[in-house]
Design a protein around this ligand. Structure first.
Ligand code: FAD
Length: 454
Protein backbone atom coordinates (compact mmCIF):
# COMPACT_ATOMS: atom_id res chain seq x y z
CA UNK A 1 0.00 0.00 0.00
CA UNK A 2 1.54 3.33 -1.04
CA UNK A 3 1.07 6.63 0.74
CA UNK A 4 -2.11 8.57 -0.11
CA UNK A 5 -1.26 11.88 -1.78
CA UNK A 6 -2.94 15.21 -2.31
CA UNK A 7 -3.12 15.33 -6.09
CA UNK A 8 -4.14 18.35 -8.16
CA UNK A 9 -5.28 17.82 -11.75
CA UNK A 10 -5.45 20.94 -13.90
CA UNK A 11 -8.03 20.51 -16.66
CA UNK A 12 -11.33 18.64 -16.33
CA UNK A 13 -11.58 17.79 -20.02
CA UNK A 14 -11.86 14.21 -21.22
CA UNK A 15 -8.46 13.11 -19.94
CA UNK A 16 -8.38 15.04 -16.65
CA UNK A 17 -11.80 13.87 -15.55
CA UNK A 18 -11.10 10.22 -16.42
CA UNK A 19 -7.71 10.43 -14.67
CA UNK A 20 -9.39 11.70 -11.50
CA UNK A 21 -11.49 8.52 -11.39
CA UNK A 22 -8.50 6.23 -11.82
CA UNK A 23 -6.45 8.03 -9.14
CA UNK A 24 -9.42 8.22 -6.76
CA UNK A 25 -9.78 4.44 -7.06
CA UNK A 26 -6.32 4.17 -5.49
CA UNK A 27 -7.38 6.26 -2.50
CA UNK A 28 -5.62 9.54 -3.28
CA UNK A 29 -7.29 12.85 -2.51
CA UNK A 30 -7.97 14.60 -5.81
CA UNK A 31 -8.68 18.25 -6.58
CA UNK A 32 -9.74 18.80 -10.18
CA UNK A 33 -9.40 22.40 -11.42
CA UNK A 34 -11.13 23.54 -14.59
CA UNK A 35 -10.90 26.96 -16.23
CA UNK A 36 -14.36 26.81 -17.73
CA UNK A 37 -17.72 26.84 -15.95
CA UNK A 38 -19.37 23.51 -15.19
CA UNK A 39 -20.23 22.10 -18.65
CA UNK A 40 -23.26 20.36 -17.21
CA UNK A 41 -25.05 23.72 -17.26
CA UNK A 42 -24.70 23.95 -21.05
CA UNK A 43 -26.14 21.75 -23.75
CA UNK A 44 -23.22 21.62 -26.17
CA UNK A 45 -19.71 22.71 -26.70
CA UNK A 46 -19.23 25.51 -29.26
CA UNK A 47 -16.28 25.78 -31.58
CA UNK A 48 -14.50 22.43 -31.12
CA UNK A 49 -15.68 19.21 -32.72
CA UNK A 50 -18.83 18.17 -30.95
CA UNK A 51 -18.50 14.48 -31.62
CA UNK A 52 -15.50 12.22 -31.55
CA UNK A 53 -14.56 8.81 -32.87
CA UNK A 54 -14.04 6.45 -29.96
CA UNK A 55 -12.17 3.23 -30.65
CA UNK A 56 -10.66 0.25 -28.83
CA UNK A 57 -8.00 2.10 -26.82
CA UNK A 58 -10.58 4.53 -25.52
CA UNK A 59 -13.12 1.81 -24.73
CA UNK A 60 -10.51 -0.09 -22.77
CA UNK A 61 -9.91 2.89 -20.47
CA UNK A 62 -13.66 3.43 -20.00
CA UNK A 63 -14.11 -0.27 -19.22
CA UNK A 64 -11.47 0.07 -16.49
CA UNK A 65 -13.77 2.32 -14.47
CA UNK A 66 -16.96 0.51 -15.41
CA UNK A 67 -18.53 3.13 -17.68
CA UNK A 68 -18.22 1.30 -21.02
CA UNK A 69 -21.82 0.11 -21.27
CA UNK A 70 -23.29 3.45 -20.23
CA UNK A 71 -21.33 5.23 -22.99
CA UNK A 72 -22.14 2.54 -25.57
CA UNK A 73 -25.85 3.25 -25.09
CA UNK A 74 -25.37 6.76 -26.53
CA UNK A 75 -22.65 5.96 -29.09
CA UNK A 76 -23.38 5.46 -32.80
CA UNK A 77 -21.36 2.64 -34.42
CA UNK A 78 -19.61 3.54 -37.69
CA UNK A 79 -18.77 0.47 -39.75
CA UNK A 80 -16.61 2.18 -42.34
CA UNK A 81 -15.98 5.21 -44.52
CA UNK A 82 -18.68 6.29 -46.96
CA UNK A 83 -17.06 8.27 -49.75
CA UNK A 84 -19.12 10.85 -51.64
CA UNK A 85 -17.60 11.66 -55.02
CA UNK A 86 -18.20 14.97 -56.78
CA UNK A 87 -21.14 13.50 -58.72
CA UNK A 88 -22.83 12.30 -55.55
CA UNK A 89 -21.92 8.61 -56.09
CA UNK A 90 -21.26 6.66 -52.91
CA UNK A 91 -18.69 3.95 -52.19
CA UNK A 92 -18.14 2.22 -48.90
CA UNK A 93 -14.87 1.04 -47.35
CA UNK A 94 -15.26 -1.04 -44.17
CA UNK A 95 -12.93 -0.11 -41.29
CA UNK A 96 -12.08 -3.63 -40.30
CA UNK A 97 -13.46 -7.12 -40.24
CA UNK A 98 -17.09 -7.85 -39.63
CA UNK A 99 -18.03 -6.64 -36.14
CA UNK A 100 -15.17 -4.13 -35.92
CA UNK A 101 -16.57 -0.62 -35.57
CA UNK A 102 -15.53 2.75 -34.35
CA UNK A 103 -18.13 4.82 -32.51
CA UNK A 104 -19.27 8.42 -32.71
CA UNK A 105 -19.79 9.91 -29.23
CA UNK A 106 -20.68 13.38 -28.06
CA UNK A 107 -17.68 15.22 -26.61
CA UNK A 108 -19.85 17.14 -24.16
CA UNK A 109 -21.90 14.05 -23.27
CA UNK A 110 -18.82 11.97 -22.51
CA UNK A 111 -17.18 14.74 -20.47
CA UNK A 112 -20.37 15.25 -18.48
CA UNK A 113 -20.67 11.49 -17.79
CA UNK A 114 -17.09 11.42 -16.47
CA UNK A 115 -17.55 14.58 -14.37
CA UNK A 116 -20.77 13.16 -12.91
CA UNK A 117 -18.92 10.03 -11.85
CA UNK A 118 -16.06 12.08 -10.39
CA UNK A 119 -18.51 14.16 -8.37
CA UNK A 120 -19.86 11.01 -6.75
CA UNK A 121 -16.42 10.05 -5.38
CA UNK A 122 -15.82 11.12 -1.81
CA UNK A 123 -12.16 11.81 -2.46
CA UNK A 124 -12.60 13.94 -5.62
CA UNK A 125 -13.38 17.64 -5.36
CA UNK A 126 -14.34 19.61 -8.48
CA UNK A 127 -13.40 23.28 -8.85
CA UNK A 128 -14.88 25.02 -11.90
CA UNK A 129 -13.98 28.52 -13.10
CA UNK A 130 -10.43 28.07 -11.75
CA UNK A 131 -7.71 28.97 -14.21
CA UNK A 132 -4.10 28.10 -13.60
CA UNK A 133 -2.25 31.37 -14.12
CA UNK A 134 1.12 30.64 -12.55
CA UNK A 135 3.08 27.59 -11.47
CA UNK A 136 6.39 27.37 -9.67
CA UNK A 137 7.39 23.84 -10.66
CA UNK A 138 10.35 23.71 -8.26
CA UNK A 139 8.05 23.82 -5.24
CA UNK A 140 4.82 22.74 -6.99
CA UNK A 141 2.98 25.93 -6.06
CA UNK A 142 0.04 26.85 -8.27
CA UNK A 143 -1.84 30.09 -8.55
CA UNK A 144 -5.40 29.71 -9.72
CA UNK A 145 -7.61 32.61 -10.67
CA UNK A 146 -11.15 32.23 -9.46
CA UNK A 147 -13.07 33.56 -12.46
CA UNK A 148 -16.18 34.18 -10.35
CA UNK A 149 -14.54 36.39 -7.72
CA UNK A 150 -11.25 37.32 -9.47
CA UNK A 151 -9.44 36.18 -6.32
CA UNK A 152 -6.20 34.23 -6.65
CA UNK A 153 -5.92 30.96 -4.75
CA UNK A 154 -2.56 29.38 -3.99
CA UNK A 155 -2.24 25.64 -3.57
CA UNK A 156 0.69 23.27 -3.04
CA UNK A 157 -0.32 19.70 -3.87
CA UNK A 158 2.03 16.74 -3.39
CA UNK A 159 1.58 15.79 -7.04
CA UNK A 160 0.33 17.79 -10.02
CA UNK A 161 -1.05 16.47 -13.30
CA UNK A 162 -1.32 18.87 -16.25
CA UNK A 163 -4.33 17.64 -18.25
CA UNK A 164 -4.94 21.12 -19.59
CA UNK A 165 -4.88 20.38 -23.29
CA UNK A 166 -2.81 21.39 -26.31
CA UNK A 167 -2.09 24.90 -25.02
CA UNK A 168 -1.21 23.65 -21.53
CA UNK A 169 -0.30 26.25 -18.92
CA UNK A 170 1.46 23.53 -16.88
CA UNK A 171 3.66 22.69 -19.87
CA UNK A 172 4.42 26.38 -20.50
CA UNK A 173 5.91 26.64 -17.01
CA UNK A 174 7.94 23.42 -17.46
CA UNK A 175 9.10 24.80 -20.79
CA UNK A 176 10.93 27.62 -19.01
CA UNK A 177 13.37 25.11 -17.48
CA UNK A 178 16.62 24.21 -19.17
CA UNK A 179 16.97 21.21 -21.46
CA UNK A 180 13.30 21.21 -22.44
CA UNK A 181 12.50 19.87 -25.90
CA UNK A 182 9.48 21.40 -27.55
CA UNK A 183 8.08 21.61 -31.06
CA UNK A 184 4.78 22.69 -32.50
CA UNK A 185 3.78 22.53 -36.11
CA UNK A 186 0.56 23.79 -37.65
CA UNK A 187 -1.05 22.40 -40.78
CA UNK A 188 -1.84 25.10 -43.31
CA UNK A 189 -5.41 23.80 -42.99
CA UNK A 190 -8.05 24.87 -40.50
CA UNK A 191 -11.44 23.35 -39.72
CA UNK A 192 -14.99 24.54 -39.29
CA UNK A 193 -17.95 22.64 -37.90
CA UNK A 194 -21.30 22.60 -39.69
CA UNK A 195 -24.48 20.56 -39.25
CA UNK A 196 -26.75 18.24 -41.18
CA UNK A 197 -29.92 18.29 -39.07
CA UNK A 198 -32.17 15.24 -38.51
CA UNK A 199 -34.75 14.40 -41.22
CA UNK A 200 -38.10 16.22 -40.95
CA UNK A 201 -39.85 13.16 -39.55
CA UNK A 202 -36.87 12.22 -37.34
CA UNK A 203 -33.97 9.91 -38.15
CA UNK A 204 -30.78 10.42 -40.15
CA UNK A 205 -30.55 11.95 -43.62
CA UNK A 206 -27.45 9.87 -44.51
CA UNK A 207 -26.45 6.31 -43.63
CA UNK A 208 -26.00 6.65 -39.90
CA UNK A 209 -23.53 3.79 -39.50
CA UNK A 210 -20.71 5.35 -41.46
CA UNK A 211 -18.20 8.15 -41.27
CA UNK A 212 -18.97 10.17 -44.38
CA UNK A 213 -16.14 11.72 -46.39
CA UNK A 214 -16.21 14.13 -49.30
CA UNK A 215 -12.54 13.90 -50.41
CA UNK A 216 -11.61 16.67 -52.82
CA UNK A 217 -7.84 16.51 -53.14
CA UNK A 218 -6.81 19.79 -51.60
CA UNK A 219 -9.59 19.84 -49.00
CA UNK A 220 -12.34 17.62 -47.62
CA UNK A 221 -15.43 17.47 -45.50
CA UNK A 222 -16.37 14.68 -43.10
CA UNK A 223 -19.59 13.97 -41.19
CA UNK A 224 -20.08 11.88 -38.06
CA UNK A 225 -23.54 10.81 -36.85
CA UNK A 226 -25.07 11.98 -33.59
CA UNK A 227 -27.57 10.02 -31.54
CA UNK A 228 -30.28 12.69 -32.15
CA UNK A 229 -30.38 12.09 -35.93
CA UNK A 230 -28.05 14.94 -36.88
CA UNK A 231 -24.53 14.79 -38.30
CA UNK A 232 -21.65 17.03 -37.30
CA UNK A 233 -19.75 17.95 -40.44
CA UNK A 234 -16.20 19.23 -40.33
CA UNK A 235 -14.80 21.10 -43.29
CA UNK A 236 -10.98 20.86 -43.48
CA UNK A 237 -9.90 23.68 -45.75
CA UNK A 238 -6.74 25.77 -46.30
CA UNK A 239 -6.52 28.89 -44.12
CA UNK A 240 -5.27 31.00 -47.02
CA UNK A 241 -5.07 30.82 -50.80
CA UNK A 242 -7.33 31.05 -53.84
CA UNK A 243 -9.80 28.49 -52.44
CA UNK A 244 -9.67 28.81 -48.68
CA UNK A 245 -11.42 30.08 -45.55
CA UNK A 246 -9.88 33.45 -46.32
CA UNK A 247 -11.25 33.51 -49.89
CA UNK A 248 -14.91 32.82 -49.04
CA UNK A 249 -16.36 36.08 -47.83
CA UNK A 250 -19.94 36.17 -49.11
CA UNK A 251 -22.95 33.84 -49.20
CA UNK A 252 -22.76 33.77 -52.98
CA UNK A 253 -19.16 32.55 -52.85
CA UNK A 254 -20.05 30.01 -50.15
CA UNK A 255 -22.99 28.51 -52.06
CA UNK A 256 -21.02 28.42 -55.31
CA UNK A 257 -18.20 26.56 -53.54
CA UNK A 258 -20.53 24.06 -51.84
CA UNK A 259 -22.59 23.56 -54.98
CA UNK A 260 -19.44 22.78 -56.88
CA UNK A 261 -17.72 20.61 -54.24
CA UNK A 262 -20.43 19.11 -52.02
CA UNK A 263 -23.57 19.21 -54.16
CA UNK A 264 -25.24 16.26 -52.42
CA UNK A 265 -24.49 17.63 -48.93
CA UNK A 266 -25.66 21.21 -49.52
CA UNK A 267 -29.21 19.94 -50.02
CA UNK A 268 -29.13 18.64 -46.45
CA UNK A 269 -27.66 21.77 -44.84
CA UNK A 270 -30.39 24.42 -44.45
CA UNK A 271 -28.33 26.47 -41.94
CA UNK A 272 -25.13 26.38 -43.96
CA UNK A 273 -24.62 30.12 -44.41
CA UNK A 274 -25.61 31.05 -40.87
CA UNK A 275 -23.30 28.39 -39.38
CA UNK A 276 -20.45 28.98 -41.77
CA UNK A 277 -20.20 32.67 -40.96
CA UNK A 278 -20.88 32.25 -37.22
CA UNK A 279 -18.64 29.29 -36.38
CA UNK A 280 -14.94 29.83 -35.74
CA UNK A 281 -12.11 28.37 -37.80
CA UNK A 282 -10.07 26.00 -35.62
CA UNK A 283 -6.38 25.36 -36.15
CA UNK A 284 -4.69 21.97 -36.43
CA UNK A 285 -1.50 21.56 -34.47
CA UNK A 286 0.95 18.80 -33.59
CA UNK A 287 2.81 19.39 -30.33
CA UNK A 288 5.71 17.27 -29.18
CA UNK A 289 7.66 17.88 -26.00
CA UNK A 290 9.96 16.13 -23.55
CA UNK A 291 10.26 15.46 -20.68
CA UNK A 292 6.64 15.27 -19.66
CA UNK A 293 7.42 15.27 -15.94
CA UNK A 294 9.32 17.39 -13.46
CA UNK A 295 11.24 15.82 -10.57
CA UNK A 296 8.47 13.39 -9.62
CA UNK A 297 6.21 16.33 -8.69
CA UNK A 298 4.42 17.20 -11.94
CA UNK A 299 3.36 15.24 -14.98
CA UNK A 300 1.72 16.12 -18.29
CA UNK A 301 -0.92 13.82 -19.74
CA UNK A 302 -3.23 13.76 -22.79
CA UNK A 303 -3.05 16.64 -25.27
CA UNK A 304 -0.86 18.64 -22.85
CA UNK A 305 1.91 16.08 -23.49
CA UNK A 306 1.10 15.20 -27.11
CA UNK A 307 -1.40 17.10 -29.23
CA UNK A 308 -2.04 15.44 -32.59
CA UNK A 309 -4.08 16.43 -35.64
CA UNK A 310 -7.48 14.68 -35.69
CA UNK A 311 -7.20 12.56 -38.86
CA UNK A 312 -6.76 9.19 -37.19
CA UNK A 313 -9.46 9.95 -34.61
CA UNK A 314 -6.94 9.06 -31.93
CA UNK A 315 -6.20 12.19 -29.83
CA UNK A 316 -8.63 11.35 -27.05
CA UNK A 317 -8.05 7.61 -27.47
CA UNK A 318 -4.31 8.16 -27.00
CA UNK A 319 -4.94 10.34 -23.93
CA UNK A 320 -7.18 7.63 -22.47
CA UNK A 321 -4.51 5.03 -23.22
CA UNK A 322 -2.01 7.17 -21.26
CA UNK A 323 -4.25 6.57 -18.26
CA UNK A 324 -4.48 2.80 -18.86
CA UNK A 325 -0.69 2.58 -19.08
CA UNK A 326 -0.18 4.73 -15.97
CA UNK A 327 -2.72 2.65 -14.08
CA UNK A 328 -0.91 -0.58 -15.02
CA UNK A 329 2.33 0.91 -13.71
CA UNK A 330 0.56 1.88 -10.47
CA UNK A 331 -0.22 -1.81 -9.91
CA UNK A 332 3.44 -2.40 -9.02
CA UNK A 333 4.17 1.03 -7.60
CA UNK A 334 6.88 1.34 -4.95
CA UNK A 335 5.97 4.86 -3.86
CA UNK A 336 8.73 6.53 -5.88
CA UNK A 337 6.81 9.03 -8.04
CA UNK A 338 9.92 10.27 -9.82
CA UNK A 339 10.76 6.76 -10.95
CA UNK A 340 7.13 6.16 -11.96
CA UNK A 341 6.88 9.35 -14.02
CA UNK A 342 10.20 8.77 -15.74
CA UNK A 343 9.32 5.21 -16.67
CA UNK A 344 5.91 6.34 -17.91
CA UNK A 345 7.21 9.12 -20.14
CA UNK A 346 9.97 6.89 -21.56
CA UNK A 347 7.39 4.26 -22.44
CA UNK A 348 4.74 6.58 -23.88
CA UNK A 349 6.83 9.16 -25.74
CA UNK A 350 7.69 6.93 -28.78
CA UNK A 351 4.04 5.97 -29.08
CA UNK A 352 2.86 9.56 -28.82
CA UNK A 353 5.33 10.60 -31.52
CA UNK A 354 4.17 7.71 -33.72
CA UNK A 355 0.46 8.58 -33.53
CA UNK A 356 1.34 12.22 -34.24
CA UNK A 357 3.08 11.15 -37.46
CA UNK A 358 0.38 8.63 -38.38
CA UNK A 359 -2.30 11.31 -37.98
CA UNK A 360 -0.60 13.63 -40.46
CA UNK A 361 -0.17 10.73 -42.93
CA UNK A 362 -3.83 9.83 -42.59
CA UNK A 363 -4.80 13.37 -43.53
CA UNK A 364 -3.26 12.83 -46.95
CA UNK A 365 -5.01 9.46 -47.22
CA UNK A 366 -8.46 10.83 -46.34
CA UNK A 367 -8.21 14.03 -48.33
CA UNK A 368 -6.66 12.59 -51.43
CA UNK A 369 -6.17 8.87 -51.73
CA UNK A 370 -9.63 7.57 -50.76
CA UNK A 371 -10.87 9.01 -54.05
CA UNK A 372 -8.25 7.02 -55.99
CA UNK A 373 -9.46 3.64 -57.38
CA UNK A 374 -5.93 2.15 -57.10
CA UNK A 375 -5.86 3.00 -53.43
CA UNK A 376 -9.27 1.41 -52.85
CA UNK A 377 -8.10 -1.70 -54.72
CA UNK A 378 -5.01 -1.85 -52.52
CA UNK A 379 -7.22 -1.71 -49.39
CA UNK A 380 -9.27 -4.64 -50.72
CA UNK A 381 -6.10 -6.64 -51.38
CA UNK A 382 -4.78 -5.86 -47.90
CA UNK A 383 -8.04 -7.16 -46.43
CA UNK A 384 -7.53 -10.40 -48.40
CA UNK A 385 -3.94 -10.71 -47.17
CA UNK A 386 -5.19 -10.22 -43.62
CA UNK A 387 -7.78 -12.97 -44.18
CA UNK A 388 -5.15 -15.36 -45.50
CA UNK A 389 -2.38 -14.48 -43.00
CA UNK A 390 -4.29 -13.27 -39.94
CA UNK A 391 -1.31 -13.68 -37.59
CA UNK A 392 1.25 -12.07 -39.90
CA UNK A 393 -0.65 -9.23 -41.50
CA UNK A 394 -2.83 -6.83 -39.58
CA UNK A 395 -3.70 -3.71 -41.65
CA UNK A 396 -2.26 -0.48 -40.25
CA UNK A 397 -5.69 1.03 -39.61
CA UNK A 398 -6.68 -2.06 -37.60
CA UNK A 399 -3.47 -1.97 -35.55
CA UNK A 400 -4.12 1.65 -34.61
CA UNK A 401 -7.86 1.42 -34.14
CA UNK A 402 -8.78 -2.13 -33.16
CA UNK A 403 -5.79 -3.25 -31.09
CA UNK A 404 -3.66 -2.15 -28.19
CA UNK A 405 -0.41 -2.75 -30.06
CA UNK A 406 1.93 0.19 -29.41
CA UNK A 407 1.44 3.01 -31.93
CA UNK A 408 5.19 2.94 -32.60
CA UNK A 409 4.96 -0.75 -33.58
CA UNK A 410 1.99 0.04 -35.85
CA UNK A 411 3.89 2.84 -37.60
CA UNK A 412 6.96 0.69 -38.17
CA UNK A 413 4.97 -2.33 -39.33
CA UNK A 414 2.87 -0.11 -41.60
CA UNK A 415 6.05 1.09 -43.32
CA UNK A 416 7.13 -2.51 -43.96
CA UNK A 417 3.68 -3.32 -45.33
CA UNK A 418 3.95 -0.32 -47.68
CA UNK A 419 7.19 -1.74 -49.06
CA UNK A 420 5.55 -5.11 -49.67
CA UNK A 421 2.47 -3.56 -51.31
CA UNK A 422 4.70 -1.49 -53.62
CA UNK A 423 6.01 -4.79 -54.99
CA UNK A 424 2.69 -6.65 -55.05
CA UNK A 425 0.34 -4.04 -56.53
CA UNK A 426 1.95 -3.85 -60.01
CA UNK A 427 0.73 -7.46 -60.45
CA UNK A 428 -2.86 -6.59 -59.57
CA UNK A 429 -5.48 -4.89 -61.72
CA UNK A 430 -8.63 -6.27 -60.07
CA UNK A 431 -9.51 -7.95 -56.72
CA UNK A 432 -9.60 -11.39 -58.43
CA UNK A 433 -5.90 -11.06 -59.36
CA UNK A 434 -5.11 -11.77 -55.74
CA UNK A 435 -5.80 -15.46 -56.49
CA UNK A 436 -3.16 -15.61 -59.27
CA UNK A 437 -0.28 -17.99 -58.57
CA UNK A 438 2.39 -15.36 -59.29
CA UNK A 439 0.82 -13.00 -56.75
CA UNK A 440 0.53 -15.73 -54.13
CA UNK A 441 4.14 -16.81 -54.66
CA UNK A 442 5.47 -13.27 -54.51
CA UNK A 443 3.51 -12.47 -51.38
CA UNK A 444 4.60 -15.68 -49.70
CA UNK A 445 8.24 -14.93 -50.48
CA UNK A 446 8.02 -11.31 -49.25
CA UNK A 447 6.30 -12.29 -46.03
CA UNK A 448 8.88 -15.00 -45.36
CA UNK A 449 11.69 -12.49 -45.88
CA UNK A 450 9.94 -10.12 -43.51
CA UNK A 451 9.67 -12.85 -40.86
CA UNK A 452 13.38 -13.65 -41.21
CA UNK A 453 14.28 -9.97 -40.67
CA UNK A 454 12.38 -9.81 -37.36
P1 FAD B 1 -8.83 18.95 -23.67
O1 FAD B 1 -9.99 18.20 -24.17
O2 FAD B 1 -8.32 20.11 -24.46
O3 FAD B 1 -9.16 19.42 -22.19
C1 FAD B 1 -8.31 20.30 -21.49
C2 FAD B 1 -9.12 20.96 -20.38
O4 FAD B 1 -8.24 21.81 -19.63
C3 FAD B 1 -10.22 21.86 -20.94
O5 FAD B 1 -11.43 21.57 -20.26
C4 FAD B 1 -9.72 23.28 -20.65
O6 FAD B 1 -10.77 24.20 -20.41
C5 FAD B 1 -8.87 23.05 -19.40
N1 FAD B 1 -7.82 24.07 -19.24
C6 FAD B 1 -6.99 24.56 -20.20
N2 FAD B 1 -6.15 25.47 -19.66
C7 FAD B 1 -6.44 25.56 -18.35
C8 FAD B 1 -5.92 26.34 -17.27
N3 FAD B 1 -4.92 27.22 -17.44
N4 FAD B 1 -6.46 26.19 -16.03
C9 FAD B 1 -7.48 25.29 -15.82
N5 FAD B 1 -8.02 24.53 -16.82
C10 FAD B 1 -7.50 24.66 -18.06
N6 FAD B 1 -9.79 12.54 -30.68
C11 FAD B 1 -10.27 11.29 -30.83
O7 FAD B 1 -9.86 10.36 -30.13
N7 FAD B 1 -11.21 11.02 -31.79
C12 FAD B 1 -11.70 11.99 -32.61
O8 FAD B 1 -12.53 11.71 -33.48
C13 FAD B 1 -11.19 13.32 -32.48
N8 FAD B 1 -11.65 14.31 -33.28
C14 FAD B 1 -11.16 15.56 -33.14
C15 FAD B 1 -11.59 16.56 -34.01
C16 FAD B 1 -11.09 17.84 -33.90
C17 FAD B 1 -11.56 18.89 -34.86
C18 FAD B 1 -10.13 18.14 -32.89
C19 FAD B 1 -9.57 19.53 -32.76
C20 FAD B 1 -9.70 17.16 -32.03
C21 FAD B 1 -10.20 15.86 -32.14
N9 FAD B 1 -9.76 14.83 -31.30
C22 FAD B 1 -10.24 13.56 -31.46
C23 FAD B 1 -8.74 15.08 -30.27
C24 FAD B 1 -9.38 15.27 -28.90
O9 FAD B 1 -10.28 16.34 -28.96
C25 FAD B 1 -8.29 15.56 -27.87
O10 FAD B 1 -7.23 14.65 -27.99
C26 FAD B 1 -8.86 15.46 -26.47
O11 FAD B 1 -9.87 16.43 -26.28
C27 FAD B 1 -7.75 15.66 -25.44
O12 FAD B 1 -8.29 15.67 -24.16
P2 FAD B 1 -7.56 16.48 -23.00
O13 FAD B 1 -8.41 16.28 -21.81
O14 FAD B 1 -6.12 16.07 -22.94
O15 FAD B 1 -7.56 17.99 -23.47
Amino acid sequence: MTERKNIAIVGAGLVGSLLSLYLAKRGHKIDLYERRPDQRQFAEDGGRSINLALSDRGWRALRGIGIEEEVRQVAVPMHGRMMHDDKGNLSFLPYGKEGQFIYSVSRAGLTVALVNLAEKKENVKLHFNRQLTHLDVRINELQLRNRDTEEVERIKPDILFGADGAYSAVRSEMHKRELYDYSQSYLEYGYKELTIPPAAGGGWQLDKNALHIWPRGNYMMIALPNIDGSFTCTLFFPHKGPLSFESIKTETQLFAFFQNSFADAILLMPDLAQEYFANPVGSLVTIKCFPWSFEGKAMLIGDAAHAVVPFYGQGMNAGFEDITVLDQMLDNFTGDWRDLFERFERKRKPDADAIADLAVLNFIEMRDKVADPRFLLRKKIEAKINEKYPHTWLPLYSMVTFSDLPYSYALETGRKQDEIMELVMPHIQAPEDFGKQEVQDLLHKLLQEEERLK
